[in-house]
Design a protein around this ligand. Structure first.
Ligand code: KDG
Length: 322
């Protein structure tokens, strides 16, 4: 491992998110807000905001949106040295429809097939760079982008495993990105099995291991050698477990504007906690606080809290939750 470490390196696609300003079906929405988003990019920004170093590896189109996203990440202090611009490619975008047809829920409409990020190949994975990672973080979105991105992801994983760094994986199954759920299962399971830290939820676990019982899901993942399992329970909170510890933290009741991005805030904050040497329980409490803040606004990254802001949140809610 290089002496010039980065705490967390993330590989994936950052996209422009157009978030409906008003709730309801998109056909009736007139105004959209522009945000920088994308699961792994959200994690990279989260880690950096909480005072650790992070790098984000991707390809962007040589277009206005590519410039916006590059400058955004650079402005946040994420290491962008491995971001490439593809002169032929375009930057992926997506729209968020809020509060319809299910109040409090959002849905995602992608315009990303064939984007610059989907053209990432193994040759974009530089061994010297990935050797600097203490943690490589990926989600189930990245391997779904294309065959070549899947191969690139596997190469990055091999590098960090060879260096005895940790693989953090969020299963994040996004059905519109897969041919079938069987395809998702076959592709993602080998990555899950290599993970040291796993973020998942009940829906994804049903697809991946055919299990929906909370205790059995956790037992299964621990039994295959995953060190830390975090099971996200949506607004109910989350559970974190290792072979020797188990803790459950309840969610907070807040006014949900857009729940998308909460899982990334949770993952990024939890990883930051582990890297700072916090206990599993303290890391999870902080992670739930961060996820809660993100759902109270449009956009995935704007409300990602700093260390002090998490403290202020927890201090305010102390004794008011559970
Ligand atoms: O986790 C939030 C992401 O789902 C969102 O930002 C968009 O990365 C995204 C995706 O591919 O769904």
């Amino acid at each position: 491992m290089s002496t010039d470490n980065l705490h967390v390196i993330c590989l994936g696609e950052i996209l422009v998110q157009f978030n409906a300003v008003t709730p309801g079906p998109l056909r009736h929405v007139t105004y959209f807000e522009k945000h920088a988003a994308g699961s792994e990019a959200n994690v990279a920004v989260c880690v950096k905001r909480q005072g650790l170093s992070s790098g984000f590896v991707t390809k962007l189109g040589s277009d206005e949106f590519g410039k916006f996203l590059y400058n955004w990440l650079r402005g946040e202090g994420v290491d962008v040295s491995q971001i490439k611009f593809d002169p032929e490619g375009f930057t992926g975008i997506y729209f968020i429809q809020r509060g319809f047809p299910v109040p409090g829920r959002s849905s995602v409409i992608y315009y990303r097939r064939g984007s610059a990020a989907s053209k990432i190949t193994e040759s974009d994975i530089v061994e010297e760079y990935f050797s600097r990672a203490l943690i490589l973080h990926l989600s189930g979105i990245t391997p779904a982008l294309s065959e070549s991105v899947l191969r690139a992801s596997l190469k990055a994983i091999d590098i960090v495993k060879k260096n005895e760094a940790k693989l953090s994986f969020d299963t994040n199954i996004r059905p519109p990105l897969w041919k079938s759920m069987e395809d998702a299962r076959k592709t993602l399971l080998p990555i899950v099995e290599k993970s040291d830290i796993l973020f998942t939820d009940i829906d994804d676990s049903k697809i991946l291991i055919g299990e929906s019982d909370i205790k059995k899901i956790i037992q299964h993942y621990l039994s295959i050698g995953i060190e830390v399992v975090v099971l996200k329970l949506g607004p109910k909170g989350a559970i974190a477990a290792t072979k020797s510890s188990y803790c459950e933290v309840n969610g907070y009741q807040v006014n949900v504007i857009d729940p998308i991005g909460a899982g990334d805030a949770l993952a990024g904050t939890f990883l930051t906690g582990l890297l700072k040497g916090y206990t599993i329980e303290k890391s999870l409490r902080r992670a739930i606080a961060a996820g809660t803040l993100v759902v109270t606004v449009r956009g995935d990254q704007e409300n990602l809290p700093t260390e002090d802001e998490i403290e202020a949140f927890l201090k305010y809610y102390s004794g008011k939750q559970d």
